[in-house]
Design a protein around this ligand. Structure first.
Ligand code: PLP
Length: 406
């Protein structure tokens, strides 16, 4: 079944806003447009419920209920228990808190494995555990292709307590086989922390099936408000030392979010579930549970994205004046496409802007992966990233604009 793209775009006010008319958006890996359901919920919270939640009066009760609804429905989509989902200010901050918990939990001489494919958010905080005498091993990608080979993991995992890796890198775009890697890590006795920030916008995954112990993503890239969402599976979450107020230690979803939550934004995240459910009802008549609906919508999104991505990859791969990072086939990769150009990435992005193309240039905090692939992070890359709401015409316009500026 094909995605009903008109229905999809009707759910995003940005596509009809006069200020954005004629602009094709290709910096979605930096942050997506927000869907109407999220904007409505956020606005309603600010207008009607902007009080301390969980109190005895109506506005407060409704605010608290809506926050609970967001956690419950997102957890159900992700195939995990409600209290295994935590909200925090950002993925970077969530990772930092988790690294603090591991700092207390691990012992000097213990080993962890990190990659050179990760965004700094899932790399730097873990590497700093070396200050505590933790051995930090690096799972390196192929410097030409950016591929992370699971076969190389066996030796690295020997005796390791934790493996951190991305579901998909924000510059390489290749989707890593999380379930296979997580199974390997678990068999070796290591816990698994997956950065899903670059993957989740292309379809909410069933985290239960993937087998990650920690799975992080950022809702401002999944059509929602600016939050970091983190799944921490119960076994690990209860074993790691509490990072919140001591009296909150018994509530799993509070243990790793020391800050008070942004009530309105947490509540508005329920709008992401509204959106997935609306897409499901538009395309399917059968009844399905939340994870089943998310899986079906995930499939629709990936199919649409793949159809648009292959022509772009073919175009880029055929040019000999640029270097395309990551796989050349749409299967197995996200539509997050970085290229090294003759000029600095930022300059090319700037040249695209007058053509109505919103794209980005720079290092995207993927300094380590770029350096590992031989790209000077200061020169950076041009990154073109899109989502299921992008149209074929927009991709055609991007290609025509690239023809002008490259
Ligand atoms: C792959 C990846 N991981 C982590 C992050 C950090 O997310 P946040 O901005 O929520 O801290 C980003 C942000 O761009 C990212 O692309």
């Amino acid at each position: 079944m094909d995605l009903d793209i008109d229905f999809v775009r009707a759910q995003f006010p940005a596509f009809t806003d006069r200020s954005l008319k004629g602009q094709a958006f290709f910096e979605n890996a930096g942050g997506s447009y927000a869907c109407e359901a999220v904007i409505d919920r956020l606005t309603r919270f600010y207008r009607e419920r902007k009080v301390q939640p969980y109190g005895p009066y109506e506005a407060s009760r409704l605010g608290g209920e809506e926050m609970d609804e967001a956690r419950l429905r997102i957890a159900a989509m992700l195939g995990v228990e409600t209290d295994e989902v935590s909200f925090g200010p950002s993925t970077t901050q969530n990772t930092y808190v988790m690294a603090q918990a591991f700092r207390q939990w691990l012992k000097s001489g213990d080993a962890i494995v990190v990659t050179d494919q990760d965004h700094e958010a899932n790399s730097g905080p873990w590497r700093r555990l070396a200050d505590e005498g933790i051995e930090v091993r690096e799972w390196r990608m192929d410097p030409d292709t950016g591929h992370l080979d699971p076969a190389r993991l066996d030796a690295l995992l020997d005796g390791a307590k934790l493996l951190c890796f991305p579901h998909c890198s924000n510059v390489v775009g290749e989707i890593n086989p999380v379930a296979e890697i997580a199974a390997k890590a678990h068999a070796a006795g290591a816990h698994v922390c997956v950065d899903g920030v670059s993957y989740a916008p292309h379809g909410f995954p069933d985290v239960g099936q993937l087998g990650a112990d920690i799975y992080l993503f950022s809702s401002y890239k999944t059509y929602g408000p600016h939050q970091g969402i983190m799944v921490i599976r119960r076994g690990l979450g209860e074993a790691l030392p509490n990072q919140a107020h001591a009296f909150n230690a018994d509530t799993l979803y509070k243990r790793f979010t020391p800050a008070g939550p942004d009530h309105a934004q947490v509540a508005a995240c329920a709008g992401m579930a509204d959106y997935i459910d609306a897409l499901y009802s538009r395309h399917y008549a059968e009844h399905a549970g939340a994870a089943g609906r998310a899986a079906a919508v995930h499939g629709l999104m990936r199919r649409h994205e793949g159809q648009l991505l292959q022509p772009l990859l073919d175009y880029l791969a055929a040019r000999n004046d640029i270097r395309l990072l990551g796989p050349r086939r749409a299967e197995g990769r996200a539509p997050t496409v970085a290229v090294e150009t003759r000029e600095a990435g930022e300059d090319v992005a700037e040249a695209l802007a007058p053509h109505g193309i919103m794209a980005g240039g720079g290092d995207f905090y993927a300094v380590r992966p770029l350096a590992a692939m031989g790209v000077d992070p200061k020169k950076g890359v041009l990154r073109m990233s899109f989502l299921h709401y992008t149209t074929r015409q927009e991709v055609d316009r991007l290609i025509a604009a690239l023809d002008h500026v490259l």
